[in-house]
Design a binder for this molecule. Structure first.
Ligand SMILES: Nc1ncnc2c1ncn2[C@@H]1O[C@H](COP(=O)(O)OP(=O)(O)O)[C@@H](O)[C@H]1O
Ligand SMILES: [Mg+2]
Length: 136
């Protein structure tokens, strides 16, 4: 089973990472962690240093998630991308990588914890080509 785990460094996404680790350990699932550097506004007009900062943030989020697997000596793949709408990157990866399942947080780093589901989670649930587990 191939499992895609999008992570934005949030507490909820780290819960999803933990769930994925369990699946890898118990069922031998192949896990891929994915972070999307999230650009608002016009990508080409964004100052380079800001793009680099956002990319470094996404890379750090990925590292933090990978450390959970490294600690247990469980193999994991990582994907780092950049985009305007993280859900679109996640959906494309799920489709092109022929993933069987996506595991993600119900909310994320935006801090709008009062909403039932964040916009990234909602869009992935609505359009994913595979099953989606939303972790609370
Ligand atoms: N930029 C991103 N890169 C990878 N995964 C993301 C990104 N943003 C959100 N996610 C995933 O989607 C989940 C839900 O986040 P989201 O829908 O964006 O909620 P919020 O609106 O609270 O930020 C996160 O827990 C994480 O698993
Ligand atoms: Mg978000």
């Amino acid at each position: 089973m191939k499992v895609l785990v999008p992570t934005d460094g949030s507490e909820q996404s780290m819960k999803a990472v933990q769930r994925a680790l369990e699946l890898a350990e118990k069922q031998g699932a192949q896990i891929t962690l994915m972070a999307v550097a999230y650009f608002t506004g016009d990508f080409d007009e964004m100052p380079l240093n800001i793009r680099e900062k956002l990319e470094a943030e996404a890379r750090d989020n990925l590292k933090k998630a990978k450390a959970v697997f490294d600690q247990k000596n469980v193999k994991v793949d990582t994907v780092l991308e950049a985009g305007l709408v993280p859900a679109n990157n996640i959906l494309r990866q799920a489709e092109e990588g022929k993933f069987d399942r996506v595991i993600m947080g119900s909310t994320g780093a935006s801090g709008l914890a009062k909403v039932l589901m964040g916009s990234t989670a909602a869009k992935v649930v609505a359009h994913a080509p595979c099953e989606v587990t939303v972790v609370r």
